[in-house]
Design a protein around this ligand. Sequence first.
Ligand SMILES: C[S@@+](CC[C@H](N)C(=O)[O-])C[C@H]1O[C@@H](n2cnc3c(N)ncnc32)[C@H](O)[C@@H]1O
Length: 255
Amino acid sequence: MVSERGTRPTVLPQVLLAGVGQMLRQAPGPARILDLGGGTGGLAVRLAAEGHDITVVDPSPDALAALARRADEAGAGDRVRGVQGDAEGLGDVVDAGAVDLVLCHGVLEVVDDPQVALRQVHRVLTPAGRLSLLLTQRRGAVLARVGAGHLRQALRIATDPDGRWGAEDPLRRRFDFEQVLDLLRATGFEVTATEGVRVFADLIPRGRSDQGLDDEPATRELVAELEAWAARDDGFRHVAGHLHVHARVAGRAHP
Ligand SMILES: C[S@@+](CC[C@H](N)C(=O)[O-])C[C@H]1O[C@@H](n2cnc3c(N)ncnc32)[C@H](O)[C@@H]1O
């Protein structure tokens, strides 16, 4: 996960970890998890260490090599499988109906076509399968840019059809809350919950909070409490930097 303030990598947000944990508790026992575009496996290795079987599909050989090292260091190498592949060709590397939970975090922003990717995800899930989707939101990006004084970039993100600030933008698109719900409905998913992630984290002026530097433990703790409070608030989740969606395969009986 990358901060909208720049390219500084961020620690896994508590709200996201809690949300994924909640999804896993809905079907107790070890799950077969696919982390699509899982990169170097920050979340995958953590879940493998909890006893789940994880397949990470990612097009980057470098990321997969780092994933293997990380999994070995955590003593979870036997429960993590890295596979080179992409969302569009998921059917070539993962069997249909073989997965209990798909993690798709920070990936629909970079794929060729989010609808195609989600249809592939749908195909690999069991009938009771679930999807944890994390997306970068346009409104959150606009707020973060305004807060940082990058007004031109903010206006471009606000008005560009894909929510991009220009040709150099590493993301191919940012999403609006309503658009995400429509996209999931159109690809055979039912949304069961949504959470705003990084509602405030990208808005804190660097080094200027009343608790001292923004990366000090006391500040991080306060931000985490604020984030937990805002995650399910209807107003705040529309403007969060990221949106975490819990979804399940639609149209069948679920527990
Ligand atoms: C922003 S990173 C997210 C990594 C990880 N999921 C996380 O949340 O930290 C995007 C990842 O998507 C991968 N990726 C790029 N294009 C992809 C595609 N077409 N299908 C699947 N993954 C892709 C990249 O290699 C990268 O690891």
